[in-house]
Design a protein around this ligand. Sequence first.
Ligand SMILES: Cc1cc2nc3c(=O)[nH]c(=O)nc-3n(C[C@H](O)[C@H](O)[C@H](O)COP(=O)(O)OP(=O)(O)OC[C@H]3O[C@@H](n4cnc5c(N)ncnc54)[C@H](O)[C@@H]3O)c2cc1C
Length: 592
Amino acid sequence: MPHYTAPLRDMQFVLFDLLQAETELAALPRHAGLDRDTIEAVLEEGAKFASQVIQPLNQVGDREGCTYHGDGVVTAPPGFKEAYRQYVDNGWPSVSCDPDWGGQGLPTLVNNRLYEMWNSANQAWLMYAGLSHSAYECLMAFGTEEQKQVYLTRIVSGEWTGTMCLTEPHCGTDLGLLKTRAEANDDGSFALTGTKIFISAGEHDLAENILHLVLARLPGAPAGTKGISLFLVPKFLPDADGNVGGRNAIKAGSIEHKMGIHGNATCVMNLDGATGWLIGEANKGLAAMFVMMNSARLGVGMQSLGQAEVAYQNAAAYAKDRLQGRAATGPASPDKAADSILVHPDVRRMLLTARACNEGGRALATWTALLLDREHDHPDPAVREEASELMALLTPVVKAFLTDNGYETATLCQQVLGGHGYISEWGMDQYVRDARINMIYEGTNGIQALDLLGRKVLMDGGAKFARFAALVQAFLDENAGRPELAEFTAPLAKLLADTVALTQEIGVKAKADPNEVGAAAVPYLRITGHLCFAWLWARMAALAIGKDDHFHAAKVATARFYFAWLLPEVEQRFREARAGAPSLMAMPADAF
Ligand SMILES: Cc1cc2nc3c(=O)[nH]c(=O)nc-3n(C[C@H](O)[C@H](O)[C@H](O)COP(=O)(O)OP(=O)(O)OC[C@H]3O[C@@H](n4cnc5c(N)ncnc54)[C@H](O)[C@@H]3O)c2cc1C
């Protein structure tokens, strides 16, 4: 059976050494009193919840899955409901929620670290809670006072969970095609009719009520995305006191049978005149839903980081014990029948790839969580604006780069176990299957890449990118006098200059052929992801180099591996981005 231990030591390094979280939080009035001991205590408790409560349910959830009982009734796998009760009783849903609405007011930074652990332990289970937190973000931003009183408080307490209902059978990426209709009732509510598919946590028995945030069209709304509105549609309509009342006409028609995350119910949701209330303004629903989607996109990055970390831990433990063959340099354990497979360079390549991606991903994700805290709470509007622009730029990178890496590394970790990695008992196949969805939902990774290059980089003439580039350049300038860092800073400086040049080239080419953006987008996102990683790995190496204790020596060794083995991927990606559209678009459609 797989095991999981939260990587608290590395989290401490990222939070307090790399990101100076205590100083950073002291600058945010809301969090100024929060000290390191408190953060560490919360993370330690979260780590226990991960390894003692939800991790033991991960394989059960995969094996047993969810059950559809007919007439809209769905139950989660054995143990999921009880674990959710414990989660609520421990106050975990409210950790980073606003105290005005019953939350504990801790920074996003803390929640982000907890989510990595809980995803390592059980992604399918956490999705019930994670989507609720995204619904919280959306209601905080766009809910009316009354909606907040009735719904937000219950989401914060965890009594009720949330979903996001966008996808329809004919409408996935292209939300402009959606058909679900909303017609005004006499009392200010709306009647919604339509079918949503693939709705995660759409129906279950974990909580007493479910709030569905549903995209739909009002009569006479403009065609396309400009005519979409967002509605709050509860499973049970609240009574006059806000408690669970009559059953609403939104029901699960079935659940999907799928490759992974079997413990999470992926539902077809039928709305048959279901009662709902508008969230935000009519026809501005997509903007409101984007608050939820951006939160969920960062959450999806955490899902893959979590999967890749637990896969790494189990592969590394296996590699230490598994004896096969001898070291090329002569027996490492002559007293044993064979050496551990850790003597083989290729096994080390696989493990170090996972380790470099996970520790780099942890640094990137934690930094973006800190940006969110700055964006919400910093007293200086200029700092808030910078954080907001960096978040906009990096959200698609966290989503796509971390999930592509997560799948790749989960597969490599499976490979470390050889044939045993393919056998269910070891649990590695589940990590690969569970991690696969993260590249698809919340906007496929291809769409994330288009968002990055088309909307975030080119649309503002590279202004957001320039803010990020300035941070990288500042690090390079500060460390110009440290020759021992040249092995990291020289390739980082080259990558920065090459990326700036590539961005300008694509901008020029796109004016002549709009397909150039779509063609270059995916390699461009990989390059940007590596720019983030190279910057963060160089910073981590700068902190660790010269310290010879076990932790810091391993950090420097992993940084060296990253620069030698993973960063060179960008050379191929630059070639792809420059190859551009012609060779992709030349093939006639009827030849496929
Ligand atoms: C397990 C699971 C859970 C899910 N949970 C939810 C949920 O909770 N709520 C919800 O609303 N949805 C959910 N989804 C739906 C998910 O978000 C969509 O499947 C996803 O956004 C892609 O839409 P699609 O499947 O229709 O693919 P399509 O949109 O048909 O895309 C097919 C392919 O074409 C590409 N493509 C499409 N348009 C473009 C374009 N303009 N430019 C370039 N490439 C393009 C895509 O990248 C993809 O590779 C879930 C899906 C699954 C499988």
